[in-house]
Design a binder for this molecule. Structure first.
Ligand code: ADP
Length: 191
């Protein structure tokens, strides 16, 4: 199974990505988590991307694509993977299309988690209290929403045109959303 999960900041991508990856027995690969790990450990990559991420902007495509390519080359991705937070730009979409075409390894589904914008900000501010992520403050949240709406939301059309999109309503409890997502993805991959 080769899956993507997309959604605005605060849509619950990370949480549902973990559940979905477990269900299909594939690794969940979160570019955001990879960047945060590198920032925490002050690696050269972390030092390079910290200010960008703290400002709510996207890390440059070449940097992000190289990280994803090397992660996908690891043995645990041979049977499939779930990408969480990649691709986020049209450049990254084309990069991934090319990468998978060269390996004759097409995607099975692209999950889109949809939540109303007003609910997103509330969720992120609540998460800020719990997790203390440096990019979960009001200004950065607003910027991340704008960047998502401008650069990432339009990518859904690309996958819709390919017949890969699975739209999931992300409102409700974590358990409700998970069950809804499982049902829709199961139906999509069996069809
Ligand atoms: P969220 O979806 O809540 O914004 P993520 O953990 O997915 O959280 O991403 C956090 C930040 O990491 C993003 O705001 C961005 O700065 C950076 N990032 C993650 N994935 C990518 C990507 N594919 N391209 C560019 N930047 C990325």
């Amino acid at each position: 199974m080769k899956l993507l999960i997309m959604g605005a900041p605060g849509a619950g991508k990370g949480t549902q990505a973990t559940a979905l990856a477990e269900r299909y027995g594939v690794p969940a690969i979160s570019t955001g988590d990879i960047f945060r790990y590198n920032i925490k450990n002050q690696t050269p990559l972390g030092v390079k991307v910290k200010a960008i991420i703290d400002a709510g902007e996207y890390v440059p495509d070449d940097v992000t694509e190289e990280i994803v390519a090397s992660r996908l080359a690891e043995p645990d991705c041979e049977q499939g993977f779930l990408l969480d937070g990649f691709p986020r730009t049209m450049h990254q979409v084309h990069f991934l299309d090319r990468y998978l075409a060269e390996r004759s390894a097409p995607l099975d589904a692209v999950v889109s988690l949809m939540v109303q914008p007003e609910a997103l900000v509330q969720r992120l501010l609540a998460r800020a209290e719990i997790e203390g992520r440096a990019d979960d403050n009001e200004d950065t949240i607003r910027r991340r929403m704008e960047v998502y709406a401008g650069q990432t939301a339009p990518l859904l059309f690309h996958y819709e045109n390919k017949g890969l999109l699975v739209d999931v309503d992300g409102t409700g409890t974590v358990d409700e959303v998970r069950q809804r997502m499982f049902d829709l993805v199961d139906a999509h991959v069996k069809a």
